[in-house]
Write a protein that binds this ligand. Structure first.
Ligand SMILES: [Zn+2]
Ligand SMILES: [Zn+2]
Length: 891
């Protein structure tokens, strides 16, 4: 509300003490459980935010979803716990710390590994809790007293144990592989971490002389975007079905500059359309060439060192960096008359996501996880439905990802992270993995050294669901594991489906006796900017959740975000939804204030529907609870917010409270007054419970002000969730129909009054045409309500009712309402006024129509002008239609 804005409501001032009260009461730790689910646990592990992170819209949405699930489970009596913690985030933390040191003129290499890692821990102390505090600000009911960190001692042991087990079983192996190498960071970069950049380039056509001319042909021409890599060529490939070259397969070429004799061979992967159809093959510097080289048994020659300089043994090229080498190789070919020609060629190159240096496909020794041993079980538990995806279409995405999974390179050449627990003895050659630190060789007693590399951050993230539950010390016998594993819900973004979700399943199946890590996986939509593009700093289209909480309160932000969740995979952020959610929160508060102000003489007691209006609202409540439960069971969060919004606002606030006013006012029957008070308190209490998981603060605040029974929970956070089965006895179709008709008739009379400017003080006769005798009886029985709310002096209800003279008509669902205006409206004057207005509007509309059908105007005018005119025309047409209706109503 504009008013709120001006005053600048300090939402945090209301929210913080409530949060503290929940925390102090211990409700964030695993709850004791009550009712029918008392013995069941319900656990969620939060996707651990990076210690370098700050709350963004993705977190805001995801954390709201998880908090809604966990709060509802707590209210349903489950023993709930939402596990929180942070991820050490290897590469991005190292970058931040590097930068901080650089600002002080210190280099990482100067201070050495140990001191650097210490700096990283210091950095974490200072900044690593920022995001956890922001999550608290959202009201998330995580177990903050047992916060985890992927580099805490127990976690480190868990990671080492898994590494050691997999190593001993041959699932982890060391191998030479081609990896995406950053020559500047001197580390391997995961495929998923690389960024693609389009850049203009060239295609160089190089001549490779045949060792022996074939039918007069002296050389082949190969096309390449990276001529410098020819120093490492070990073959030339053609497609086996390419008739131009069939006769050359098996012959050799003499590689220029290095004078190496290399074979011509056939491989199905050669694209006959690319270049000349002959391709040079450099297995050590191109992943496709690597694969071709493997198939053809080619040697691999690595021509670059780890900083992408040409290694020794290449004459003048040795010591050049890759760009210098390119120029020199091209110049040498030109000199030898072997440069056929050059074409312009744009291509996309992989760059390092943290320093933006071009990545070098580079052969190096790395550690790998052989995923074939793990992926079958991970696929099975999704195929057989043990793990369910929401929306369901993600199931196939997961299975496809697993099917295409290749061995996972897990070593990173960084300092910050889980150091690979491999120990080597240089004296006798002994080596092994070990969970415990090793100082000396068990074989010869010489000092050992540990592997220098660290593990990919995802290697440790995959243990998150169980390494946070005591698995490290006691395995599956840990009390938490026994009581609460598998967890129930995992909610995450789609882009880490493979990187994280699938790996957790693989790790859990292996580490936890074939137990899945979670039962339901929610893949929430990605929050896009209002313009539909990804939010980004450079575009300036981002939205800060901290600002949103200031403007709309945590409740307004949470509700407004969930309102926008549909089954779609993207959600275009719409701030207006947060505004309407804030207004909704105010509406709830105002309704509560009304109830509280009308509790004079209140006596606690069981609610009991007495009037048809009571029976109606109780029936509607029963149905809403069932609908909300069903939507939660299907993880349809947008649906939950819409059901509740319309019930609370349109039915409870707009109608039930109004129906109640006469029963609470002066002269009301004291017994009925108490009944009405109890029913208001009851329905409002149920509404607060239903809203609480999404709007925790304002509902808790109001709950604290409402009268409570002795057996009611001390705080709403642990109050019992509405029981759909118990409420089902209140379902009453007749009362629902009767009150629905009352609302329609009252609405019709009110809208007619405002259209014709007739005061509510003037009583009007009304006739209603209904569909059948049943409806007629139901509505007539509520004539007093209609009279009370719409000031109707005569209510005529009949199946055969016809439109009285000089009356307005309003169509409702299954009924027509005629409001008699005779004596209150001068029909002749009104008709003349309307006709005049209609003619003026028609003239205007014709003008715009003509303009908009003129091709000349449409071609020349700016698009926004055309849009504006179209909008004006639509508005005029709409007004015209309304006037026509009024005119025909007047007869
Ligand atoms: Zn880099
Ligand atoms: Zn030894």
């Amino acid at each position: 509300m504009a008013e709120d804005k001006k005053k600048g409501t300090d939402y945090a001032a209301m929210e913080r003490p409530i949060f503290q009260a929940w925390k102090d009461a211990g409700y964030f730790q695993r709850t004791p459980g009550f009712g029918e689910h008392a013995d069941e646990s319900y656990t969620i592990v939060i996707p651990p935010p990076n210690i370098t992170g700050v709350l963004h819209m993705g977190h805001a949405l995801n954390d709201t979803i998880q908090d809604a699930c966990i709060r509802r489970a707590r209210m349903r009596g489950f023993q709930t716990r939402w596990i929180i913690g942070t991820d050490h985030a290897g590469i991005s933390t190292q970058t931040k710390v590097d930068k901080r040191l650089a600002e002080q003129g210190i280099s990482r290499l100067e201070i050495g590994r140990e001191a650097f890692v210490e700096e990283c821990y210091k950095w974490r102390e200072e900044y690593g809790t920022t995001i956890v505090n922001q999550i608290k600000g959202m009201g998330c009911s995580c177990d903050y007293d047992d916060e985890h960190f992927t580099l805490e001692p127990a976690y480190v042991r868990a990671v080492r144990k898994l590494f050691t087990d997999w190593y001993h079983e041959g699932i982890i192996y060391r191998g030479k592989r081609i990896v995406n190498w950053c020559p500047s960071c001197t580390t391997a970069i995961a495929d998923d971490e690389a960024e693609y950049v389009d850049e203009p380039g060239h295609l160089w056509y190089l001549r490779y002389p045949l060792t022996e001319p074939v039918d007069g042909l002296e050389y082949l021409v190969v096309a390449t975007t990276r001529p410098e890599t020819m120093l490492g060529d070990t073959g030339v490939a053609v497609n086996p079905k390419d008739e131009r070259f069939g006769h050359l397969v098996g012959k050799t070429v003499k590689l220029p500059l290095v004078d190496r004799e290399i074979p011509i061979f056939a491989d199905w992967h050669v694209d006959t359309e690319f270049g000349t159809g002959c391709v040079k093959v450099t297995p050590s510097h191109d992943p496709n060439d690597w694969a071709m080289g493997e198939r053809a048994g080619l040697p691999r020659i690595n021509i670059f060192d780890e900083t992408a300089h040409v290694v020794e043994g290449y004459g003048k090229f040795s010591g050049m960096d890759r760009d210098e080498a390119r120029e020199a190789v091209v110049a040498a070919f030109e000199e030898l008359g072997l440069l056929d020609h050059v074409e312009d060629h744009d291509h996309s190159v992989m760059t390092c996501y943290r320093c933006h240096t071009k990545l070098e496909p580079w052969e190096s020794e790395q550690w790998f996880v052989a995923v074939d041993a793990l992926k079958e079980a991970a696929a099975r538990v999704v195929e057989d439905g043990s793990i369910q995806f929401h929306p369901a279409r993600w199931r196939q995405v997961y299975l496809d990802w697993l099917a295409n999974l290749k061995d996972w390179c897990i070593s990173r050449q960084l300092w910050w992270g889980h150091r690979i627990p491999m120990f080597y003895c240089d004296a006798c050659g002994w080596e092994d993995a070990s969970v415990d630190e090793l100082e000396v060789c068990p074989q010869c007693g010489a000092p050992v050294r540990q592997d220098d590399d660290v593990l990919d951050t995802w290697f440790s993230s995959q243990l998150w669901p169980f390494a946070t539950m005591g698995w490290t010390e006691e395995g599956m016998d840990a009390p938490e594991m026994r009581a609460a594993y598998p967890t129930q819900v995992l909610s995450t973004a789609r882009d880490i489906m493979g990187l994280w979700v699938a790996r957790m399943v693989m790790a859990s199946m292996y580490c936890c006796d074939d137990t899945i890590p979670f039962e339901d996986v929610i893949i929430h939509p990605t929050v896009m900017a209002a313009d539909g593009k990804p939010m980004s700093k450079s575009r300036g289209n981002g939205v800060d959740p901290l600002r949103l909480m200031e403007d709309y309160g945590a409740d307004g932000m949470r509700y407004g975000l969930l309102m926008q969740v549909t089954g779609a995979q993207d959600m275009k952020f719409n701030e207006a939804k947060l505004e309407s959610s804030r207004n909704f929160a105010n509406k709830v508060k105002n309704a509560s204030r009304f109830v509280l102000m009308n509790l004079d003489g209140y006596e606690p007691g069981a609610p009991e529907p007495v009037t048809p209006a009571d029976r109606w609202i109780f029936s509607r409540l029963a149905k809403i609870v069932a609908a909300v439960d069903a939507a939660y069971d299907n993880f349809e969060f947008g649906e939950i917010t819409r059901e509740l919004y319309s019930f609370v606002w349109n039915e409870f606030c707009d109608w039930y409270i109004e129906f109640s006013k006469a029963r609470l006012g002066e002269g009301a029957d004291p017994a009925d007054r108490v009944a009405c008070q109890r029913n208001l308190v009851f329905v409002l209490g149920q509404i607060l419970r239903l809203l609480h998981p999404i709007m925790p603060f304002i509902t808790e605040e109001v709950y604290g002000e409402l009268p409570r029974d002795a057996d009611d929970a001390p705080m709403l956070i642990v109050a019992a969730w509405p029981d759909a089965a118990q409420l089902a006895r209140f379902v009453d179709e007749d009362s629902e129909r009767a009150i629905a008709m009352v609302c329609e008739v009252v609405g019709a009379v009110r809208s007619t009054r405002s259209r014709y400017g007739i005061s509510p003080k003037v009583a009007l006769p009304v006739a209603v045409k209904v569909a059948d005798e049943g409806d007629a009886a139901l509505l007539l029985a509520q004539a007093h309500l209609v009279a009370q709310l719409a000031n109707v002096e005569e209510l005529d209800v009949a199946v055969e009712a016809s439109k009285p003279a000089e009356s307005a008509v309003v169509l409702g669902s299954g009924l027509e309402v005629y409001v008699v205006l005779a004596g209150h409206v001068d029909f002749d004057a009104e008709r003349a006024r309307l006709a005049k207005e209609r003619d003026a509007l028609a003239k205007d509309a014709a003008k715009f129509e003509k303009k908009l059908s003129n091709p000349g105007f449409l071609a020349k005018a700016a698009p926004e002008i055309v849009e504006k005119d179209k909008a004006k025309l639509a508005d005029l047409t709409d007004k015209l239609a309304r006037i026509e209706t009024q005119l025909s109503e007047l007869g």
